[in-house]
Ligand binder design. Sequence first.
Ligand code: B12
Ligand code: SF4
Ligand code: SF4
Length: 241
Amino acid sequence: MATQYEPYGNLLWKALCKVEKIIQGIKDILTGEGIYLFGFCGVSDIKDIFLFEKKEVLKNINHAISISYVLSDKILEEIEDAPTPSYAFHYKGVNSLLDIAALKVCAYIRQNGFDAIPVPASHIIDWENQKALVSHKHIATRSGIGWIGRNNLVVNPRYGSAIRFATILTSMVLPESEPVSIDCGDCFDCIKACPAGAIKEKQADFDHKGCFELLKDFSKRPGINQYICGVCIKACAGERR
Ligand code: B12
Ligand code: SF4
Ligand code: SF4
């Protein structure tokens, strides 16, 4: 009978093969849901800042999966200097899809004996400071999806900022993706597009308050009803570098 070469010893080899198989299963679920952009990262050094009420739930959680859906370029095309009702509806649909995909991946990981926590696309836990359980942008940059652009959003080299996220936290050990090492360079497209004048040359100077005040106004318009805008997404949609 032929023996297979097992360089790390039988048990470790089997464990590695199992992890490979689960990762392939995760990829299959995501692509089946229309999610083709995702990455993995470690979170053991940043999980203290996650806003879970009981920090113990994160005890064995040391990795994350960043998943992102690419927004419809045609829906973005209609946006001029304010959100459209079609964009508002698309926003809600994409959030639901990301939340469901995250739930499916979590169920699959748990079925395979590991812990997994879904972090929804748009759930705010601290309303006063407008903070979520986990920052998807933080996880996405660590997972190699893109960099934080002048518009204060994650910019992917292929899709620009036209991407929305959800995150899955897990006890499963995952291979960590390389962060993207490029930046906005000499592009300034989003600065002149922003109707609030909130985007500056340096991302650190981004005017969060100015942006938020305008989004509050937009939310009162017919068919909008949430804090959205989309103008800086449209300005940064498509291939970037
Ligand atoms: C609350 C919220 C808002 C608030 C802003 C509050 C705030 N201070 O962030 C308001 C209502 C104003 C808002 C506006 C918008 N939002 Co919003 N929002 C959120 C939400 C729900 C929580 C954000 C949060 O917790 N902020 C707290 C701070 C601490 O974190 P952060 O800003 O996310 O990230 C910072 C840190 O993580 C840090 N960081 C990042 N990487 C690294 C790496 C290291 C090493 C370190 C140390 C730090 C670090 O720098 C980041 C930027 O300052 C997230 C969803 C989520 N769970 O992340 C969506 C989210 C950020 N929003 C998103 C979007 C698209 C928008 C809008 C365009 C509205 C729209 N949909 O049309 C505008 C864009 C405004 C802009 N240009 O930034 C997307 C961003 C997608 C992308 N491509 O980046 C997100 C991720 C939602 C999603 N599911 O995709 N939003
Ligand atoms: S539009 Fe240009 S400057 Fe603005 S975030 Fe995108 S790449 Fe950066
Ligand atoms: S969401 Fe709108 S107001 Fe806020 S930074 Fe982007 S373009 Fe400006």
